[in-house]
Design a protein around this ligand. Sequence first.
Ligand code: GLU
Length: 399
Amino acid sequence: MGLSERIGRIKPSPTLAVSAKAKAMKAQGIDVVSFGAGEPDFDTPRHIKEAAIQAIRDGFTKYTPASGIDELKVAVCEKFARDNGLTFDKSQVVISCGGKHAFYNLAQVLLDPGDEAIIPAPYWVSYPDMVRLAGGTPVIVETHEENGFKLTPDQLDAALTDKTKIVVINSPSNPTGAAYTKEELKALSEVILTYPNAHVISDEIYEKIVYDGYTFTSIANCGEDILGRTVIIHGVSKTYAMTGWRIGFTAGDTGIIKAVSMLQSQSTSNPTSIAQKAAVAALKGPQEPVDEMVRAFHERRDYAISRLNGMEGVTCFTPHGAFYAFPNLNAYMGKTYKNTRIDSGFDLAAYLLDEARVAVVPGDAFGKKGYLRLSFATSMEEIKKGLDRIEEGLGKLKG
Ligand code: GLU
C-alpha cells in the first residue's frame, strides 16, 4: 500500500530504537548494560500510584475533557506559580499524552509549509522530525562544547529570518545537560523579540533534575514581551519517574492552547483519566521523593563523568541538569576493530553493543558527530559495569 509523502519525511526514534534493542537482547538472556532511553530507573512514588488506584476504584475511568481535567490544569497553574513565579489561568493550560505529544501538537498548530523552526544542536532526537511532519523546515544551529553547548545571541541572530515561527529552547538539555542562566536567556530573548513572527517553545521537562546549586529559570521569566511569545512544555515523566503514564502539559497563549485542545479533540481525545489523577497527586503531593531521586542522579553523574574523563582519548562535558553524559569520542573516529572501521557515532554505538554489550545512543542522532549519549538514570552498579565495558571496548580499537 502506498504510504503518504508525509510519513516518508520521518524516521523511527533512535532513542526508543536503542532501548528496544537492548530490551530484546536482555529478553534473549544476553547480559547487556543499557544506557539507552532516558527513563528514571526508580519506581513511581507510592502516593502517586495510590491516587491512580483510588481513581480506578472510584470509577474515574471514562472520557474526560479532551484537553484534560480542570483539577490537573489547576495543579499545573499552581506549580508554575509556586516554582516559577508565572501566573497562568487554566484556560492557558492543556494536558497531553506526555511532553513529546505536547511538542507534536505545537508543531501541528503553529507551522505551515515554509515556516522555519530553529533547533539548536545537539537536540532531542524527535524535534526535527516532528517539525518535518508538520510541514515546517528545521533550521539546525550547531552549538559547541567550548560554549557549554549553548546557543549564542549571535548564532541565533544569524539563523532567524522572517520565516522563523519557532525557536526551540530545551534547558536543561537532552542530550548535553547544558542549562542556561537567566542572563543568557535574556540575551536570547532580546534577539527573538526583534522578529515579530517568532515564538519560543521552551521544553522544561528536566527543570527539577539539576545539579551543583543551579537555579532553573524559564525564558518566560525574562519579561512580559517574551512571556507573551513563549509556550512552555513540561510533564511529570522525568520528575516523578512516570514515563509510562504519559502525562505532559503545555502552558501559554490562550489562542494556541485552544488550537491544541481542538487538535486533541480530533485526534487522541483526553490523556488517560487515571494517569491524570496520578499527575494531580504528583504535582500537589510531597516533593521529597523528587529530592531523593535527584540526589541519586547527582551521585551517578559525578561518578560517570569522572570515569569518562579518565578514559584514554575521551573528554566529557559536565552536565548541569538532566541525566545524560555526552562524551566526546572524536579521538576514536577512524580506528578499527577486526577490519571494521569506526567512522561515526553510529559505528561506535554498534561496536559497543556488539562487542562490549553496552547500549548507548550515537551523538549523530542528536545532530552531533563523534559523540555518544549515555543515560545515567540506571543503578550505580550498572553504571560501573557499563563504564568498565566501554573502557575495555575502546581499548580494543586499533589505529
Ligand atoms: N526523552 C527520552 C530520551 O531521550 C525518552 C525517549 C524518547 O521519547 O526519546 O531518551
